[in-house]
Design a protein around this ligand. Structure first.
Ligand code: GDP
Ligand code: CA
Length: 300
């Protein structure tokens, strides 16, 4: 079964790992969000692609939820001591990847091509693609003003309420994205933050068009458990921008694009305009991620 998965960072990466355990990883294409990419200390950082890459390679830190396991922070300590830009946490091992990517991008290699090389180098069998090779940047509108995504999320600790999200950049899909969506037997939207992880992917017009015109099922997994985000601000954002945190509110983020929504047992069973699939969605370990992926794929 060929799977195309739209994914953000942490929630998406946990789920992606389950999908590659449930089916042949060679049949899986993960399309990752790049709206939160940024430049730090002169380096090109792609946080969501890297969360997925580390998770699929088994190199991720499960406790922290992002970055690499067995990490150290000597370089960042030096940056701080020297009065450098230290608001964005980059570990020593992680830095090595950013160096390689930054050099390749500066030499003119597209992000999708660098990502393919990196994924191969860490032994990933699934295909990992950025949604676009173009520069896309997510902006967050709040009562305190508009901020680039990482300034709102990391520097301000996502404390500001969100009134809207915007995506800067006219983007076309990265090579392979439309092909993967067209060849898939099922398109899955990971349990990621709809607004800041999935919407940037859907903001690429030809990706949205491909989902709208799909001939195969598209199934989204809710990132909420009992109306609460497992991590991060998705619940607050849904309450403010969609008017609530029920499955219907989550489904409204993907109106016209999905045929089913997978929701947690702890959430209300209100009738949805689309099919609801109720199961345990908390991915506490790889076995739980795999079970969730199997349930999602069986619903296709
Ligand atoms: P980010 O880019 O690192 O913020 O990652 P994502 O957008 O992919 O993931 C964040 C979302 O994942 C949050 O809204 C969480 O509620 C959700 N999430 C994380 N772990 C789980 C889980 O085990 N089950 C479910 N259903 N959602 C999860
Ligand atoms: Ca992200």
């Amino acid at each position: 079964m060929k799977v195309a998965l739209l994914s953000g960072g942490v929630g998406g990466a946990r789920f992606a790992r389950g999908v590659t355990a449930a089916v042949d990883p060679a049949d899986v294409t993960v399309i990752g969000n790049v709206g939160d990419d940024l430049e730090v200390l002169g380096m090109a950082v792609s946080p969501d692609l890297d969360s997925i890459l580390y998770a699929l390679a088994g190199l991720n830190d499960d406790e922290r939820g992002w970055g690499r396991a067995d990490e150290s922070w000597r370089a960042l300590e030096t940056v701080s001591a020297l009065g450098g830009e230290d608001w964005f946490r980059l570990g020593d091992r992680d830095l090595g990847l950013h160096l390689v990517r930054t050099q390749a991008l500066r030499a003119g290699e597209p992000l999708s091509s660098v990502t393919r090389r990196l994924a191969r180098a860490v032994g990933i069998e699934a295909r990992l693609l950025p949604a676009t090779d173009d520069r896309q940047r997510t902006w967050i509108d709040t009562p305190a003003g508009s901020f680039p995504f990482q300034e709102w999320f990391v520097a301000r600790g996502h404390r500001d309420d969100v009134d809207g999200v915007r995506f800067e950049g006219e983007c076309t899909p990265a090579p392979g994205v439309l092909e993967a969506l067209g060849e898939a037997d099922v398109i899955v939207i990971a349990p990621s933050n709809p607004y800041v992880s999935i919407w940037p992917i859907l903001a690429v017009p030809r990706i949205r068009g491909s989902l709208r015109d799909r001939e195969v099922p598209c199934i989204a997994v809710s990132p909420l458990v009992g109306g609460h985000a497992v991590k991060g601000p998705a619940d607050r954002m849904l309450a403010r921008m969609a008017g609530g945190t029920s499955p219907a509110h989550v489904a409204s983020c993907y109106a016209g694009l999905i045929d089913a929504l997978v929701v947690d047992e702890a959430d209300p069973r209100d009738p949805l305009a689309i099919r609801a699939v109720v199961t345990q969605t908390l991915m506490t370990d790889l076995a739980a991620s795999r079970r969730l992926a199997e349930t999602v794929l069986a619903a296709a």
